[in-house]
Design a protein around this ligand. Structure first.
Ligand code: PNS
Length: 155
């Protein structure tokens, strides 16, 4: 059985994330989404909210868990040794390559890059948060239930 781990902050999940996870479901038999508990910046949404938002989009089709510490330790704990990362543009590549090589050297965990759907290549969670905070239109960039959560959070 082939299995993939899709890690991230998902603060909040965007249509770009949903697209990559959806496409993983076509390629892998099992997909585990790993939501980092404490991203580098203070998150807008709690880890429980971020996990719930992804579960709402996929139901039983994916496993969604939060994690702390090294991603490769979590990968081993859930029995998955392929990480899938979406690549939006060349700007993503340097850091993603570094992380992929580090994860392989730490634990032999491989990384596969999935090109983001060009429709969503400009999207990031941080831009969605900024647009939402500044009163711009973010519906259509995130699933409807995520847009509702942003609206509730920001009024
Ligand atoms: O959505 P993001 O913020 O780009 O996700 C980054 C994430 C969570 C995948 C990355 O920060 C991560 O793997 N964090 C766990 C800590 C870790 O394993 N660090 C070493 C990576 S080489």
């Amino acid at each position: 059985m082939t299995a993939a781990l899709c890690p991230g902050s998902f603060d909040p999940p965007t249509n770009g994330h949903i697209d990559v996870i959806e496409r993983c479901l076509r390629v892998f038999d099992r997909v585990v989404v790993a939501v980092v508990r404490n991203p580098s910046k203070e998150p807008m949404f709690s880890v429980e909210d971020r996990v719930d938002m992804i579960r709402k989009s996929f139901g039983e089709r994916v496993e969604v868990e939060s994690f702390d510490g090294l991603l490769v330790d979590f990968a081993k704990a859930v029995g998955v040794d392929v990480i899938v990362k979406g690549l939006r543009a060349v700007g993503d590549f340097d850091y993603e390559l570094q992380m992929a090589q580090m994860n392989r050297s730490l634990a032999g965990v491989e990384t596969v890059f999935m090109p983001t759907n060009p429709e969503w290549s400009y999207l990031s969670s941080s831009l969605v948060r900024e647009v939402a905070r500044l009163g711009g239109e973010y519906r259509g960039l995130v699933p409807e239930h995520v847009a509702a959560a942003l609206e509730e959070r920001l009024g």
